[in-house]
Design a protein around this ligand. Structure first.
Ligand SMILES: *Cc1c(COP(=O)(O)O)cnc(C)c1O
Length: 425
């Protein structure tokens, strides 16, 4: 790790904490981060030439593995034509058509540059449309780092012990009502306590930023009903789950039609992108047709659009979801079997190509449950895996991702490693 350590020492002098996004700093698991110089398929190559089987997948986007030839070729072709025009470009139209075709609740869509922008803009739009100020979010759900959403926001914030970030006026936070996930009574009480005041309910339909949490049967349908009954918009934050579990996202799997959806990660094919969309009459409140302002110098950037279009077309063509789910179940079964034989209490939620592990005997249905997980034990598990060449998310409160490139030797090797590490805990 000599080169990584040297780079980190230089980074620490000029970049706060040495990183450009906090969870990369390894604070939650201890030690210092490694630097990566290249990535292909399921593999990261560190600055020190170590090869690691990667279950972070650049925090979700790399569903086709790293640097897949189809996406590389699409970016290279777009690059020949120019990197940014400051005018509408043909890729934006193709992207909008693709998103609409795959996620039918999205009648109109606006591209932006990150998931944070997508959720922030969706909230502003919901407030403008309903002419109401308050929003409801759920403890442990992360929706990016805009002011009104950085309240009880899960992983990154959690790891650093300040779930309510400094620098956010208390008056902003007061407009955000935070509720426990998976509790239908809490939603009913919040609407009753704030009559005519709630603009929107924003939710990660499968929360995946405190580890992975799945909804209890009927819960998302209850949210849908409660929003409709109270004139509030339902916003699905599918920045992580969009195109990850099904072409149409969790909304397709669960048969729920949200009013607005936020997207990001996979739709950029590894380049920076976000998008939000939904009901046409809501989206038409956006400038230049409506009064809600939203803009971006590089929004709809041709390179990012080309990469994202290639990523989505590949998903549409190959339907990798059944195969990805088989890989997910393989890892889940291996983890559960290893914990059982070791006599270690653990929960291993998994759906499709997403999984996490909580070292607790309590079933995990919300943020409070997730916090009962033994983070020190996770740290030992994480470092044990890393030493043997398997890279998991460096926090007990993150979700691991599998790509199509993991099929075969990588998944077998990773299961073997995780099994032996757990037996040695
Ligand atoms: C990653 C993520 C975001 C933020 O996206 P950025 O591109 O990091 O700004 C928002 N919501 C969810 C659910 C996410 O997982």
């Amino acid at each position: 790790m000599d080169l990584s350590n040297e780079l980190f020492a230089r980074a620490l002098k000029l970049i706060p904490g040495g990183v450009n996004s906090p969870v990369r700093a390894f604070r939650s698991v201890g030690g210092s981060p490694f630097f990566v110089k290249s990535a292909h398929g399921a593999t990261l190559v560190t600055a020190d030439d170590r090869e690691l089987i990667d279950f972070v997948c650049t925090w979700g986007p790399a569903i086709h593995g790293h640097n897949p030839p189809v996406i590389k070729a699409a970016i290279a072709a777009a690059l020949e034509e120019g990197t940014s025009f400051g005018t509408p470009n043909p890729y934006e139209v193709r992207m909008a058509e693709l998103i609409h075709a795959l996620v039918p609740s999205i009648k109109k869509v606006r591209m932006c540059n990150s998931g944070t922008e997508a959720t922030m803009s969706a909230i502003r739009l919901a407030r403008g449309f309903t002419r109401r100020d308050k929003i409801i979010k759920f403890a442990g759900c992360y929706h990016g780092h805009s002011d009104s959403l950085l309240v009880k926001a899960g992983s990154g914030a959690l790891t650093h012990g300040n779930p309510d970030s400094a620098g956010i006026p208390a008056s902003f936070a007061r407009e955000t009502v935070v509720l426990p996930y998976n509790d239908p009574g809490a939603i009913d009480r919040a609407f009753a306590a704030n009559p005519g005041a709630i603009a929107a309910v924003i939710v990660e339909p499968y929360p995946a930023n405190v580890g992975l949490i799945l909804p209890l049967s009927g819960y998302l349908a209850h949210l849908r009903k409660a929003c409709s009954a109270n004139g509030a918009l339902l916003i699905f934050d599918e920045v992580m789950t969009g195109f990850r579990l099904a072409r149409g996202g969790v909304q397709e799997i669960e048969g729920i039609v949200p009013d607005l959806t936020a997207l990001g990660k996979i739709i950029g094919g590894g380049l920076p992108v976000g998008a939000f969309g939904g009901r046409a009459e809501v989206m038409d409140q956006l400038a230049p047709v409506g009064p809600v302002y939203q803009a971006g110098t590089l929004s709809g950037n041709p390179l990012a659009m080309a990469a994202g279009i290639a990523a989505l077309e590949l998903l549409d063509r190959n339907n990798p979801y059944p195969a990805l789910d088989a890989l997910g179940r393989k890892v889940r079964d291996a983890l559960r079997a290893a914990c059982k034989s070791k006599g270690l209490a653990a929960q291993v939620p998994q759906t499709g190509s997403m999984f996490s592990i909580f070292f607790t005997d309590r079933e995990v249905h919300n943020y409070e449950d997730a916090l009962t997980g033994d983070a020190k034990m996770f740290g030992r598990f994480f470092h044990g895996c890393l030493e043997r060449g398997v890279y998991l998310p460096p926090s007990a409160y993150e979700t691991a991702f599998i790509s199509t490139a993991h099929e075969g030797a990588a998944i077998d090797r990773a299961c073997e490693v995780m099994d032996s590490v757990i037996r040695g805990l």
